[in-house]
Write a protein that binds this ligand. Structure first.
Ligand code: ZN
Length: 373
């Protein structure tokens, strides 16, 4: 009888012309599903070099995620006042989209939201054009002095409760996501030092964890309307004092309870650059999808990748599914990075030896390649 049923099923399948089984997935997809690079978007003049880098270096090494920091470097039609000089055009972005789509790379644009609205003495486009969105306008970026400084100025923040800020922000987020034809957006949201400031008439006295979680949730819900996922850096969700991780890599300003207040589909990019700290497990057991992120210490980066593979193997299927992979980060412009990278590849000492980001990416490429064998 069983044999008869099997024959019948085979005949039926043939009659219905069922599609052949999908080809087996790349073995590395099981070990480390997300293999990413987060880097500044290229300048227009670097487009050819950038696409060559993607095709020649990332594709053979099994990268499947590219997070591009665009910020104000795009020719926004919805808000031309917010673009920096010589921005990427829609046509430039389409070239990147085409390469990534052909090569199976998920492409995710980034604009820093909430924090990182200035750097040293430079105020970035949003607060330059809309100073009314500033969380604490009494602090002037032009008076910036090196950290630490009396005003605690690292980067400015916008006020998450300003009634007009999201109209502007969501215009550019939507336009960028449309241009990138993407199903995800990275909002940064790291190192937010100014939040719930005394001088803000809307935020003063409010719970900072609730303010942070409220902003994450608002952005997440906006993206979800178009089926897009939110990615953020994880540092504001970690308790800096208890963990000893410090006030950049984790939070000293009481935002960490937000980990229990945000939607569980927000993707956490868990960055640690000095040690392979094990907080990926913390995020995953809180129900959040997470990838470890490394930077310029090759040994630490390799350890983060190996740890992620090991965590996945020794976790329950539910937790393993959230421990998604590794994303390498580069924090200089693409041009200077590529120069260092090519020097390392050609076995020359990079000209800025204290920056080992190029060597670290070489190590990541080697580690991915070994995992794929
Ligand atoms: Zn405020």
């Amino acid at each position: 009888m069983k044999r008869f049923l099997l024959v019948l099923a085979t005949l039926l399948a043939a009659a219905l012309s069922l599609p052949a089984a999908a080809p087996a997935a790349d073995p590395i997809d099981e070990l480390l599903p997300v293999r990413g690079l987060a880097i500044q978007a290229p300048q227009r003049s670097q487009m050819n070099d950038f696409l060559k880098f993607v095709e020649g270096e990332l594709v053979p090494a099994h990268f499947n995620l590219l997070i591009l920091r665009v910020d104000w470097g795009y020719a926004y039609a919805s808000h031309p006042e917010l673009q920096d000089p010589d921005p990427l055009t829609r046509e430039d972005v389409q070239r990147i989209v085409a390469v990534c789509r052909n090569r199976g790379i998920r492409l995710v644009p980034q604009i820093n939201l909430l924090g990182h609205q200035s750097w040293a003495k430079q105020t970035h486009a949003l607060l330059r054009e809309y100073p009314q969105f500033d969380e604490n306008p009494s602090v002037k970026t032009e008076n910036y002095t090196d950290w630490p400084n009396p005003e605690g100025l690292y980067c400015k923040s916008y006020c998450p409760l300003h009634p007009d800020v999201h109209k502007v922000v969501f215009d550019v987020v939507d336009e960028l996501c449309d241009a990138f034809e993407t199903d995800a957006f990275h909002a940064g949201m790291d190192e937010v030092f100014y939040l719930g400031e005394k001088e803000c008439p809307r935020c003063n006295g409010r719970d900072k964890a609730e303010l942070f979680a409220g902003e994450v949730t608002l952005i997440r819900n906006h993206l979800a309307e178009k089926g897009r996922q939110l990615m953020i850096w994880g540092d504001r969700l970690l308790d800096g004092r208890t963990t000893g991780l410090g006030e950049w890599e984790a939070s000293y300003n009481y935002t960490w309870r937000a980990i229990d207040l945000i939607p569980k589909d927000v993707f956490i990019c868990d960055w640690h650059y000095e040690r392979a700290d094990l907080t990926g497990v913390y995020f995953a057991t809180k129900g959040l999808p997470v990838a470890s992120c490394g930077y310029r210490n090759p040994t630490v980066c390799e350890q983060q990748i190996r740890d992620m593979v090991r965590f996945r193997k020794q976790s329950s299927p539910e937790t393993a599914a959230r421990l998604q992979g590794y994303i390498h980060t580069i924090w200089s412009g693409f041009g200077p990075f590529l120069r260092r990278y090519n020097e390392v590849k050609n076995e020359k000492e990079p000209d800025e030896a204290h920056w080992n980001d190029a060597q670290a990416l070489r190590t990541v490429i080697e580690t991915f390649t070994n995992l794929a064998q």
